[in-house]
Design a protein around this ligand. Structure first.
Ligand SMILES: Nc1ncnc2c1ncn2[C@@H]1O[C@H](COP(=O)(O)OP(=O)(O)OP(=O)(O)O)[C@@H](O)[C@H]1O
Ligand code: NI
Length: 379
C-alpha cells in the first residue's frame, strides 16, 4: 500500500525575527499524516510544537515567518517556500494566508486550541456560534443549521443540548467548552484536525473523557489528527504515530509502539522516564534534567548534547542526520542521534552534561545519593 499521505510536510522552517536575534522555532521538520491517523507532536515547552502546528495553516504571528518548506495536502501543494539570495520566495502552487483561510481552514483542515475561551466569543451563545459556523461552512439554512448544531452538541456529549444551546461560554465548564470546540471543528467535516494541547488545562478525568470522545468521533468521521502535547501519556492513549520534537527539530519519528518499546533517542527515553505511571511512585520518577536551551542560539552538534546522558565529544561537534534506522521489514523508525551513525561516536570521550553532572543529581537529591545514576556508563 502506497497511498498518498493526507498531509505531507517537508523541511518546514519557521523563524521569529526579534530584536534579540532570529528564533529558530521550527528548524526543518518533515512528517506525514495518513488518512484516519492521529499523529503526535510531542516535546517539552518551547520545542516548537505550536509554531509547527500554526505553520501548517499559515497562522504564524508576527514577527514570525515560514522561511522554508513544502506542505502537500491531498497530493496538492498548499505551501512551497524557500529562500533565494536572502529573500523568502513562494513557489507557484503555494497558497497565500488569505487563500488558506478561504479554501482550506475550517472545511478542509480545522484547528483546536488549548484555551477554548480564545476561540469562543463570550457575548454570543454557544449554540449561536456553532450554528453560524455550520451555516457558513455547509451552506445550510438557519433552521437546518440549528438542528445540526444541536445534534453536534449531543454527539460530543453535552447533556440536554436543546437547553444548553442558549447558554453562554462562561456557563460551561472547561471540559464542556473543549467539547464545543471539538463540535465546531467537526461540524465543517474537515479531513484533518490540528489539535494544540486541547486537553492540557483539564483535570485528568475530564482529559480522559475527551480523549475517548476524540477516538470515538475519529472512528465515525474518519478524521485525521495532528495532536500536539507535552504528555507521553496522551501520546500512548490516542496517537498512531509520533514525532518527538526538541529545539525545533524532530529527533525521533515512529509508530507509538516502537516509540515506547524500541526507543531510539535519549531524549525520548528521558521524556518516557519522566511521565507518571501507575507502577512508579513519585519518588522513583526521573525528571528530565536541565532546561531546554534558547532556540535563538541552539547548541552546536546535536542540540540535545548539553542534557544528554549518553553525550560524547563527537555530539558537540557533529550534527546528527535524521534517518530511518528500522530493519527491512519494519515500519519506518527515524531518529537523529550519533549513536546510529558511523562518525566516531564509539571512540569519542564521554561528556559531562547536565544529565550526568552533579547539577542534575541536585534535582532528585534526597532520594538516595545516586538517585539519577541509573546509567550503565557510570565512571
Ligand atoms: N511570537 C513569538 N515571538 C518570538 N518567539 C516566539 C514567538 N512564539 C513562539 N516563539 C518561540 O518559538 C519557540 C517554539 O515555541 P512553541 O510555542 O512552538 O513551543 P511549544 O513546543 O508549543 O511549547 P509549549 O508546550 O509551551 O506550548 C520558542 O522558543 C518560543 O519562545
Ligand atoms: Ni505550544
Amino acid at each position: 500500500m502506497s497511498e498518498t499521505p493526507l498531509l505531507s510536510v517537508r523541511d518546514l522552517q519557521t523563524q521569529f525575527f526579534t530584536e534579540e536575534g532570529t528564533v529558530r522555532a521550527v528548524d526543518g521538520i518533515s512528517f506525514d499524516v495518513n488518512e484516519r491517523e492521529i499523529v503526535g507532536l510531542v516535546g517539552e515547552s518551547g520545542a516548537g510544537k505550536s509554531v509547527a502546528a500554526a505553520s501548517l495553516l499559515q497562522l504564524v504571528e508576527d514577527p514570525g515567518r515560514i522561511v522554508n518548506g513544502t506542505v502537500e495536502y491531498k497530493g496538492e501543494t498548499i505551501l512551497d517556500v524557500q529562500q533565494e539570495d536572502g529573500e523568502i520566495v513562494a513557489g507557484e502552487g503555494s497558497l497565500s494566508p488569505e487563500q488558506m483561510r478561504k479554501r482550506i481552514r475550517g472545511n478542509e483542515i480545522a484547528i483546536i486550541f488549548q484555551d477554548p475561551m480564545e476561540s469562543l466569543n463570550p457575548v454570543f451563545t454557544i449554540g449561536g456560534q456553532l450554528r453560524e459556523v455550520i451555516e457558513i461552512n455547509r451552506g445550510l439554512s438557519a433552521k437546518e443549521a440549528r438542528k445540526e448544531a444541536v445534534d453536534m452538541l449531543r454527539e460530543v456529549g453535552i447533556p440536554e443540548p436543546e437547553e444548553r444551546f442558549e447558554d453562554y461560554p462562561h456557563q460551561f465548564s472547561g471540559g464542556m467548552r473543549q467539547r464545543v470546540l471539538i463540535a465546531m471543528a467537526l461540524a465543517c467535516e474537515p479531513s484533518l484536525i490540528i489539535a494544540d494541547e486541547p486537553t492540557t488545562a483539564l483535570d485528568v478525568t475530564v482529559e480522559g473523557q475527551i480523549l475517548e470522545l476524540v477516538e470515538e468521533l475519529q472512528d465515525r468521521y474518519d478524521t485525521s489528527f495532528v495532536w500536539v502535547t507535552h504528555d507521553m501519556g496522551v501520546v500512548a492513549e490516542i496517537c498512531d504515530r509520533v514525532n518527538v520534537m526538541y529545539l525545533g527539530e524532530v529527533v525521533e519519528q515512529s509508530t507509538v509502539d516502537d516509540l515506547f518499546y524500541d526507543t531510539k533517542h535519549p531524549y525520548t527515553r528521558a521524556l518516557l522516564e519522566s511521565i507518571p505511571r501507575p507502577d512508579v511512585t513519585v519518588d522513583e520518577l526521573n525528571p528530565i534534567t536541565g532546561v531546554m536551551p534558547e532556540a535563538i542560539d541552539p547548541p552546536s552538534g546535536c542540540r540535545f548534547h548539553t542534557r544528554c546522558p549518553d553525550a560524547r565529544e563527537a555530539c558537540r561537534e557533529v550534527a546528527p542526520t535524521f534517518k530511518d534506522v528500522s530493519e527491512a521489514d519494519e515500519a519506518r523508525h527515524a531518529t537523529a542521534c550519533l549513536q546510529y551513525e558511523s562518525v566516531g561516536y564509539e571512540d569519542s570521550t564521554p561528556l559531562e552534561t547536565e544529565a550526568t553532572a552533579g547539577f542534575g543529581a541536585g534535582l532528585t537529591a534526597g532520594f538516595g545519593d545516586d538517585a539519577t545514576a541509573g546509567g550503565e556508563d557510570d565512571e
